[in-house]
Structures are given as C-alpha cells and as structure tokens.
Ligand binder design. Structure first.
Ligand code: SF4
Length: 337
C-alpha cells in the first residue's frame, strides 16, 4: 500500500542530497563523469562489494582505459582481467557493448537513457545510473537500496519479490526525486550500503529518520516485505580429471546455461579411458539459485599410447597446473582435482 501520510515527499529527496554533499564516499569513479568509466564501475559493482572489487576495477580501467581499447581487445584477455569478479557473462557483454558503441555510435558513448539501454547487458538500473550521473538524466536508478529505503521511509508493504516491484518503486522514487538525479542516485547507493543496511540499520545517524514512518512506528525490521523465496534448483554435473605426468585435459564451454566460455574438464570420456579411472568424489557447490552436485572422476592414464591416441581423436587442450592458473575457470574447479 502506498503510504501518503508523509506530506512532503520532495523533502526526503532534498534531505538525502544535503546529507550526500557532506558524506559521499570518496571513491575513484566519483572523480569522473566519463560515461565509459561510470558504466564499467556500475557493472563491476553490481554483484561485488566496493572494497572487494576496487582493485579489479582499477586494473581493468588501466588496461582498457576507453571504449576503443576495450572493443579492439580479444575476448579472452577481457575475461582474464575480469578474473576474480565472477559472473563472466558481464565481461562478455561489456566487450560486445563496446563494439556496439564503436559500430553504432561512432565510438561516442550514447547520452540518452533509451539509447544506453540498447547496449548489450545494460539494464534499466545501469542505464539510469550512467545517464543521470554523466548526462543529467532524470531516471532513478532503482535497485535493492531503493526498495529497502523507500519501503521503510513510507512504511510501504508492497512485496519486493513481486514482478511489478521495479515499476512500483520507480513510481515511488519519482515522487521524491530532487532536481539533481545523478547525485540522488549515488546518495541512495551510499545510504543503502552505509546507513540503511538490510540488518541493523543506523537509524540514529540517518538523515531521513525524522521522515521515516517505519522508524517512527518502531517497525523497521518489518520492511521491506518479501514473501516469495526463489527455490534453488538442484543440478548434477559430471567431470573427468584426465591426467598423465602432470598434464591434464580441458576444453572451453559452449553451453549458455552456466559458466559460458569458461574452461572445464571433459564432461565425458570414451570407453578406452574407463579402465584408468582410479577414484571418484562428489563436491557440492552453491551458485545463485542453483545447488550443484559435481561428481569428479580421477582418470590417471598410465599408458602413453592410450593418452596420445585419446588426445589425437578429441578436441581437448593439454595443460599443466601453471597454464591452468592463467585460464578462466569456474571457482568450484579449485576443489575438484
Ligand atoms: S531511519 Fe532507519 S529505516 Fe528509516 S531510512 Fe533511515 S536508516 Fe532506514
């Protein structure tokens, strides 16, 4: 239910802006309005905490300082610089989007929200953040921080797991938007991560505590309302760690399902290798919304003839531990062999 008891919506936005002027976090990407850098930072920090991702962000920007450099790079190198950040589809998408900018926009980053939204891998949140921070766009960058802060300030019980939550909270955000939407969006990011945290928010230090209905009713822990839990899917995988004298076999994944373009051990082997299976173990690993159970077979090929014959007949890469450490592999694979 949209709560209109608070008479002055606009005041909430302006108070947040005033707080931001004094308390904005000093982050390297706050010193620039370069849309390329803001875009990369928004993608990097979507799933990664600031202190965990900052080194990766700096390295990435150092190697790929602009759209052109990124567009001209090989995909494998882009993936390598993404190593440690996970969710590699994001790196594949920004590489493709950089080529889109070179081809469709003559190398100039698009200014309008609707145009930024056309870039590969860019969603409404990122398009709103880049357009507002760099080009004075007027769209709120609605994410989990907005859901949490707005639902608490207005004691609004709209279910954030509802498929209409994004539209609902976007509407609510428009009611509080001040003139400077770019700073407002960044202020909301900072308030959500530093003060109005999911658990144990620092309400006494919050610039909105006089306006916050959940706080005044002592019901902060009841907001936001979230009913639907996404049930994790169980998934069984099988791999063969086929090795001889310190060398082993890998291949690049073609499957779109998970770990696209990352390297993996052979998921199947032919009959002639079966006698060389020495042992097997099961490793469990959780991904977002997936519970993986991976059965890994240790295949030690004692016969040089069989080893060479198998390599000749199949399309695998022969690699050692050192070479493997330079490949992008799913995080789980460190536990497999
Ligand atoms: S008063 Fe507390 S609950 Fe309300 S917005 Fe501030 S930190 Fe969040």
């Amino acid at each position: 239910m949209k709560n209109t008891e608070n008479p002055n919506f606009r005041q909430v936005g302006n108070k947040l802006l005033n707080w931001y002027k004094e308390n904005a976090r000093d982050l390297p990407f706050r010193q620039t309005k370069d849309p390329y850098k803001i875009w990369i930072c928004e993608i990097v920090f979507q799933q990664t905490r600031i202190n965990q991702g900052l080194g990766h962000y700096n390295n990435f920007i150092k190697r790929f300082p602009d759209v052109k450099t990124l567009a001209e790079a090989q995909e494998d190198e882009v993936l390598l610089y993404w190593k440690g950040l996970g969710y590699y589809s994001r790196a594949i998408n920004i590489h493709k989007a950089s080529q889109q900018i070179m081809n469709d926009y003559h190398g100039v980053f698009p200014h309008e929200y609707e145009e930024i939204l056309k870039l590969k891998g860019v969603g409404k949140y990122t398009a709103a953040a880049v357009s507002s921070i760099c080009f004075d766009g007027k769209m709120p960058a609605v994410d989990g921080n907005f859901y949490r802060v707005l639902s608490r300030v207005f004691a609004d019980d709209f279910d954030i797991s509802n498929s209409r939550a994004f539209n609902y909270f976007s509407e609510l955000a428009h009611l509080v938007l001040p003139e400077n939407v770019g700073d407002f969006n960044q202020a909301m990011m900072d308030l959500g991560s530093e003060i109005c945290k999911p658990k144990n928010p620092f309400c006494n230090e919050c610039p909105l505590n006089e306006d916050c209905l959940a706080f005044s009713m002592n019901k902060v822990s009841e907001f936001p309302v979230k009913t639907k839990k996404v049930k994790a899917q169980d998934l069984g995988l099988k791999y063969y760690f086929v090795h001889r004298n310190g060398d082993f076999l890998i291949q690049q994944r073609k499957d779109d399902f998970i770990w696209k373009k990352l390297f993996e051990f052979p998921p199947e082997i032919s009959e002639e290798l079966m006698p060389f299976i020495k042992s097997a173990k099961i490793v469990n690993h959780k991904l977002t919304h997936k519970n993986l159970s991976i059965e890994i077979f240790n295949v030690e090929v004692d016969s040089e003839i069989v080893w060479k014959d198998f390599i000749a007949k199949n399309d695998f890469i022969v690699i050692n531990v050192e070479g493997f450490s330079r490949k992008i592999v799913p995080e789980t694979f460190g536990k497999l062999y």
